[in-house]
Design a binder for this molecule. Structure first.
Ligand SMILES: *Cc1c(COP(=O)(O)O)cnc(C)c1O
Length: 423
């Protein structure tokens, strides 16, 4: 923390390139997805990769405040980041954990995934060393063929998990390969494989407390299988999983990206702009330089493509996007320090994350997830800034309010506290 007041600090950050993160929208998106999935189900907010670029700690706190039962990340280190920030909500590491970090995870009450005999042994041994009983989820490979145990092995692992007194076997989960596509067949097959495994385990007397299959696309398209918990990622940030799976009404993008003009000038007719002079002005053209580049996460493929919004005008990118700066053309002169919107909230006419992804030949996930640490995040709720995070200075101040007071009300449901045991 610095000695500046919150207001001054935010004003300073907003005088340069920054991302605005609207946590009221984030909470609203979670609510709408949860309603769609069914309120009787538990909700896991996926905040891996710095909450898809939105800021892991702030999003974690907002998700906890919205009442989610579980958080999910991809790496043990991401879960440790949350613990260090005082977030002591249940958090699951998705995928295979770094075996050397399992003990640290266990000591911090972090739930881990296992999908192989080796991983199960590693967790069991780490539990013994740590002298604690970790919460474990079994990852089943129902068809994505990424992490997890194929159903036959998964059955064996589940039996071992249920019998290992050192481990608290809390859940079984799978992950869809194609729930964001219009053909439901691959998802139905994955659900059927999970059902068969759950039936076999049931017959053997093993009933996991938590079963979770769907990602955002599965939730939005109603493909839940026998899940009593759902995992929401991309759509909680107000971004559609794919063109085939649109958002629900009322869901809005959480991130916008803003900056200020650092130079307002004219490109003389016949002169080129930026490295390689790949754009030549046909007339004396108004232009502005904006301090954002590919090192901030703005794709270089937007060179001579894409646009920024300045004073309400769509200003085309002129020449190459550089590492730290980009030039745009204007139809009317701008001034230094004019507002620039690089990614809009969907209403202003600025580029959307989906439009940037289309130009870059990628998906919206990648555009937000690679927003660099150099870009400070400013957190808003109901039009009011209440926090900020400047990752490269390792400084932040986020006054979300009552997440601790609400913890009791948002603790995991009682039925999940009972034990999963082989009978
Ligand atoms: C990233 C991830 C999710 C979230 O997926 P979205 O499409 O962003 O909702 C869910 N489950 C697993 C296992 C993941 O890796």
């Amino acid at each position: 923390m610095t000695s500046l007041s919150m207001e001054n600090q935010i004003a300073n950050l907003e005088a340069g390139t920054h991302a605005r993160i609207d946590l009221a929208r984030y909470a609203q998106n979670i609510e709408l997805m949860w309603d769609a999935a069914g309120r009787e189900k538990s909700f896991m907010a996926v905040i891996k990769a710095n909450a898809y670029g939105h800021g892991a700690v702030a999003c974690a706190r907002a998700a906890v405040q919205a009442g989610v039962d579980y958080l999910a990340v991809a790496r043990v280190s991401e879960a440790l980041q949350l613990r260090r920030a005082g977030v002591d909500h249940p958090v699951l590491v998705l995928g295979g954990p770094n075996p050397k970090q399992i003990e640290a995870a266990i000591e911090q009450g972090i739930s881990v995934s296992v999908g192989s005999i080796e991983a199960l042994d590693a967790v069991s041994q780490a539990a013994q060393r740590a002298g604690q009983r970790p919460t474990v989820h079994l990852k089943v490979d129902t068809g994505l063929h990424r992490y997890g145990a194929l159903p036959e092995l998964a059955f064996e692992l589940a039996m071992r998990l249920a019998q290992d007194e050192r481990l608290d076997f809390e859940g079984i989960y799978g992950h869809f390969s194609s729930a964001d596509e219009s053909d439901p067949a691959p998802t139905l097959l994955q659900i059927e494989r999970a059902d068969r495994l759950l039936d076999r385990l049931d017959e053997a007397g093993v009933t996991p407390r938590l079963v979770h299959l769907p990602n955002s696309a599965g939730i939005l398209s109603g493909q839940l299988g026998r899940s009593n918990l759902v995992r929401g990622g991309i759509a909680t940030y107000g971004l559609a999983p794919s063109p085939d799976v649109p958002l629900l009404g009322g869901m809005k993008p959480v991130m916008s990206l803003r900056s200020k003009v650092t130079r307002a000038f004219q490109i003389p007719a016949g002169e080129g702009v930026s490295y390689g002079l790949t754009y030549i002005a046909t007339h004396d053209e108004y232009a502005a330089t904006v301090p954002i580049g590919y090192a901030d996460g703005l794709p270089r493929s937007l060179s001579n493509d894409g646009w920024f919004l300045i004073n309400g005008d769509r200003c085309p990118i002129r020449g190459r996007v550089c590492m730290d700066q980009t030039v745009v053309g204007l139809s009317a002169p701008a001034s230094e320090n004019d507002d620039v919107v690089l990614i809009g909230d969907g209403s202003s006419g600025a580029m959307s994350v989906d439009e940037i992804a289309a130009i870059d030949g990628t998906i919206n996930y990648e555009i937000v997830a690679r927003l660099a640490a150099r870009v400070p995040r400013v957190y808003y709720r109901a039009g009011e800034a209440f926090g900020w995070d400047d990752p490269i200075l390792a400084e932040s101040d986020i006054h979300l309010g009552a997440e601790n007071e609400n913890r009791e009300a948002h603790a995991p449901r009682d039925d999940h506290r009972s034990e999963t045991r082989a009978t």
